[in-house]
Design a protein around this ligand. Structure first.
Ligand code: MN
Length: 334
């Protein structure tokens, strides 16, 4: 169950259903299942975008669903120190706590609905880990890490952070109150979320009650993706069935339709879905490990700059960690 919720959904502003005369509902172009993997020091993830072409994802690069997992005491895991260049990481913690520290003097705790938006830009080193008390106690952990590409013009920007508390997400609902819509970034029918991005995007976490349906306006210039975090339902014009760990890529149009099945598993009583879309950047993408650039030469330069310490240094007051992998880079990224 997501930490951010409301007592009375009916007091929230309503997102009106799109006008069927002018808004074309989007069909599902592809539906894929996220393979399971391990990230960092071995926490369980689902690779949400596996098997989807960069062209369909643009401006997004990569997304991991972290958990949902109920850790035993001593089990919670994080990442070692590692670099990034050329894009933004968006870490949204639905339940649980992650501590973050970086080479730029930034850091802090994100917990229960908080989002940390890190623009890596020209380069940064960081670590993401559960706090010691959570390692000791174990407990629930569930979140998302999304990578948003930067256009060439912004890849060399200095690093930037936005710490967005769960209480800052803009909450709205559908006309009948059947869905709780948390707007984290961008805009949904005039409901503006707190996250600011270089590339225009919209990021919404929707909880759709069993048996409820939602029809949401979506800008035609944005692509549109729906990733199911929990539960089961259907999406698109032909009501394609979709369940936890699956991603739908939508075709053209101005409206997104989704509905939650009447019957849900006891462990996840509603359809939890992440809706995301953005304006495609339309530039060449070369993604290697933790770097996302426009050319292969820029990737080689990023590796050289990292090895020469030009992406930053681990601060003296670093969180407990093992040494970073020197040249061995992750296959998919972190
Ligand atoms: Mn990272």
């Amino acid at each position: 169950m997501p930490a951010v919720t409301v007592e009375n959904i009916l007091v929230l502003p309503r997102v009106p259903a799109p006008d069927p005369v002018v808004a074309r509902p989007r069909a599902v172009r592809s539906l894929t299942s996220a393979p399971k993997g391990l990230e960092g020091e071995g926490f369980p993830v689902r690779r949400a975008f596996a098997g989807v072409s960069m062209r369909d994802l643009d401006p997004f690069i990569h997304m991991d669903q972290m958990g949902e997992v109920e850790y035993a005491p001593g089990e919670p895991k994080g990442t070692p120190w590692h670099p990034h260049r050329g894009f933004e990481t968006v870490t949204y913690i639905i339940d649980g706590t992650f501590v973050h520290q970086d080479s730029n003097g930034g850091g802090g705790t994100i917990t229960n609905g908080d989002t940390q938006w890190m623009t890596a830009g020209a380069g940064i080193l960081h670590i993401e880990a559960p706090p010691p008390e959570l390692v000791a106690s174990g407990g629930l952990f569930h979140g998302i890490q999304l990578w948003v590409n930067l256009p060439a013009a912004n890849k060399w920007n200095p690093p930037r952070y936005q710490d967005i508390r769960g209480s800052e997400a803009t909450l709205a609902t559908t006309p009948d109150g059947g869905a709780l819509l948390r707007v984290i970034a961008g805009s949904l029918a005039g409901q503006d979320g707190p996250g600011a991005t270089f590339t225009p995007i919209t990021l919404v976490h929707a909880t759709v009650s069993p048996g409820a349906a939602a029809s949401l306006p979506w800008p035609s210039r944005f692509n549109a993706l729906a990733y199911v975090l929990a539960g089961r339902g259907s999406v698109g014009t032909d009501r394609r069935p979709i369940h936890v760990g699956q991603l739908a890529v939508f075709g053209d149009g101005e409206a997104l339709n989704l509905s939650a099945d009447e019957h849900q598993d006891a462990a996840s009583p509603a359809l939890e879905v992440l809706l995301l879309g953005g304006q495609p950047i339309g530039e060449p993408v070369v993604h290697y490990g933790p770097f996302v650039m426009n050319t292969r030469d820029e990737i080689i330069q990023a590796l050289e700059d990292y090895q020469a310490g030009r992406l930053g240094q681990i601060p003296a007051s670093a969180l407990p960690h093992r040494q970073p992998d020197d040249v061995r880079l992750p296959e998919a990224g972190r």
